[in-house]
Design a protein around this ligand. Structure first.
Ligand SMILES: *Cc1c(COP(=O)(O)O)cnc(C)c1O
Length: 363
């Protein structure tokens, strides 16, 4: 598709072209019904199939143990920042948070509205350029849960594996920007959430995977109906009208991930893609990666050039060549290449080539 460019945007982000092609058709007329997906009732047969397939494909892809529920909720990952503590952090209780960047900080801010927050580990001392090691994390006595951000979209760092919480304590994970980019070890996870717009689909639907026993616990406080996970689970995510289109696109994207070999294969592919760029960074005297080597993200690669002037020139030149969305987050500057599942290898090669060319001219 010649009119499409390489989209390095951090989110909303690139989606698989096959999914977009299919959606183009299904918006007009899905399954020969003469009605498009956007126009079908959320309680009708067509959407029944869409949502139940999205759930079963999610289970298959994630190798999800049977005692977890899959929910399609609203309000983005940012709503989970408060829905989680509202549901599970009792007044006077403590939840542990690992602070690895802007999104962690936002989650911490919301949790403080409901109870105490213990910062179990933090990389704020070095502008979030690394992931604290197990030795650098210390938990509180009786945490309600341990929250971490598996991938730090803005700072370009990623947990190599989930932290190990204390005995009997469950993990809550904001996986918005790396969910299903690699296999997930479910051992300690009680709740995983992700806004869809990075690796799963369009903005406006949030995937929440929650362990069954957490749903059957008595709630820690009185909650408005829409804030109860239990309510959404009991109604199969259709207590109110869900984001039908968001669920549809996510469902098709999950099928695409399955057809592309599943999470093990995607991890290999994502690692190979990221390596193309990191290899250039590691041999460059003009460009420099910002994350510590052991903490580098495979999804969002952050780097700087020797001067801000060169950075602006580089971003402008990239854009001219159809490499779009490389400007770093306004809070950190520099460049950021987001290489989500649907981002093609060819785009990584094109960026690496441009970096080498640029260095040959200005290095
Ligand atoms: C983008 C992002 C969010 C915010 O998601 P919304 O759906 O916009 O609320 C939260 N956490 C992480 C890690 C993100 O990358």
């Amino acid at each position: 598709m010649s009119e499409r460019v390489f989209n390095f945007s951090p989110g909303p982000a690139v989606l698989p072209e096959e999914v977009l092609e299919q959606a183009r058709q299904d918006i007009w007329n899905i399954g020969g019904t003469g009605i498009g997906i956007l126009e079908h009732s959320h309680r009708g047969k067509i959407f029944d199939e869409v949502i139940s397939e999205a759930e079963s494909d999610c289970r298959e892809l994630a190798h999800l143990p049977p005692d977890y529920r899959v929910l399609f909720l609203h309000g983005g990952a940012s709503t989970q920042f408060f829905m989680l503590p509202a549901g599970f952090l009792p007044e006077g209780g403590t939840a542990d948070y690992v602070n690895t960047g802007s999104w962690s900080k936002k989650a911490i801010k919301e949790a403080k509205l409901y109870g105490h927050v213990h910062i179990a580990g933090s990389s704020e001392d070095a502008n979030f350029t690394y992931i604290p090691t197990a030795e650098e994390i210390s938990y509180s006595e009786a945490a309600a849960y341990v929250h971490f951000t598996s991938n730090n979209t803005i700072f370009g760092t990623q947990f190599a594996s989930a932290p190990t919480p204390p005995e009997g304590v469950w993990l809550a994970c904001d996986a918005s920007s790396d969910i299903f980019s690699r296999p997930i070890d479910w051992t300690h996870h009680g709740l995983v959430y992700a806004g869809a717009q990075k690796n799963l689909g369009p903005a406006g639907v949030t995937l929440v995977i929650i362990r069954e026993d957490l749903l059957s616990r008595s709630t820690v406080r009185e909650l408005a109906t829409m804030l109860r996970y239990r309510q959404h689970a009991d109604n199969d995510s259709r207590y109110n009208t869900p984001n039908v289109f968001g669920v549809y696109i996510m469902g098709r994207t999950l099928k695409w991930m399955l057809a592309n070999g599943g999470l093990g294969t995607l991890r290999e592919r994502n690692a190979a893609k990221a390596k193309i760029i990191y290899d250039v960074l590691d041999s460059s005297s003009l460009f420099k990666g910002t994350a510590r080597a052991d903490s580098r993200s495979q999804m969002n690669l952050t780097f700087r050039a020797r001067s801000e002037e060169l950075e602006s020139m580089f971003i402008a030149e990239a854009e001219k060549q159809g490499l779009v969305g490389l400007k770093g987050h306004r809070s950190v500057g520099g460049m950021r290449a987001s290489l989500y599942n649907a981002f093609p290898v060819k785009g990584c090669e094109a960026l690496a080539q441009l970096m080498r060319d640029f260095e040959a001219r200005y290095g």
